[in-house]
Write a protein that binds this ligand. Sequence first.
Ligand code: NDP
Length: 290
Amino acid sequence: MSEAKKIDGKLAAARVLEKVRHDVAELKAEGLAPCLAVVLVGDDPASHVYVRNKVQRAEEVGIRSIEHRLPADTEQVTLLALIERMNADPAINGILVQMPLPPQIDEASVIQAIRPDKDVDGFHKENVGGLVLGQNVLTPCTPTGCLYLLEQALGDLSGKHAVVIGRSNIVGKPMASLLLQAHCSVTLVHSRSKDAAALCRQADIVVAAVGRPRMVGADWIKPGAVVIDVGINRIEENGRARLVGDVDYDAVLPQVSAITPVPGGVGPMTIAFLMRNTVLATRLQNPLAA
Ligand code: NDP
């Protein structure tokens, strides 16, 4: 019973990647070879792992990848010049600069320097604005992956009340825009909200993106709600390190109709939608092909 409620992000991501593989093959048949450029500045070990995973996944689906590894003391002008060259290079379809960047580099300036139709993270102002206006733009990978999981679990989301906990630019805000576009009524809950639990208890859909281990307990959840847990929190428990979400999974499980686990829920979707965005970017840049 409880297994039946678990939304399997690995399986869903595999399905998305299968479709990407098919789309890449189609693009290649039209003479277009999608290419993703990934830029890593510095020696952050977690960033190295993320970049390696992205490059590996790209290869698996037939997307060519280019890696640029720059030293930690790279000046902002050097990084901006590299982005400028990649913006102008027709062989590069997607540009991803791995965050966080060293302190001498302003992340916002870097994001705005990427050509919007190559911005596979979907963070450029033009893409943020386009999402709010309901235009066909590149949207951030994690919330787009969450929307996919919700549509798989519920079908049509029209008329559902969705509560998004967290209002960051990379997850909470774009998630709210995507849910609004899917015709949900949307409530955003954040650190200044009064009685977050009471707001959350009204939700048919809960998306938690906070970064606080197991903050969302059973008393936050309406019976039958669908819960998407974006949180990734590293904690120490019973003498061992483990990953937990923002939702107290075991506590809410009896009440929900479906829920993503951590790990194995939202996590695999992010990288799958990065690949999908690279395909979309290739199409956006070549509107006359096909
Ligand atoms: P941020 O720290 O940027 O944002 C956290 C948000 O949570 C803020 O809007 C903050 O409100 C809100 N918040 C903090 N405390 C509370 C509280 N007590 N009640 C209600 N809201 C609160 O985090 P991110 O959005 O970047 O990430 C959120 C989580 O998702 C993290 O655990 C991160 O690791 C994970 N993540 C997972 C990804 C994946 O691929 N699965 C990808 C990206 C993130 P306020 O704005 O008022 O400060």
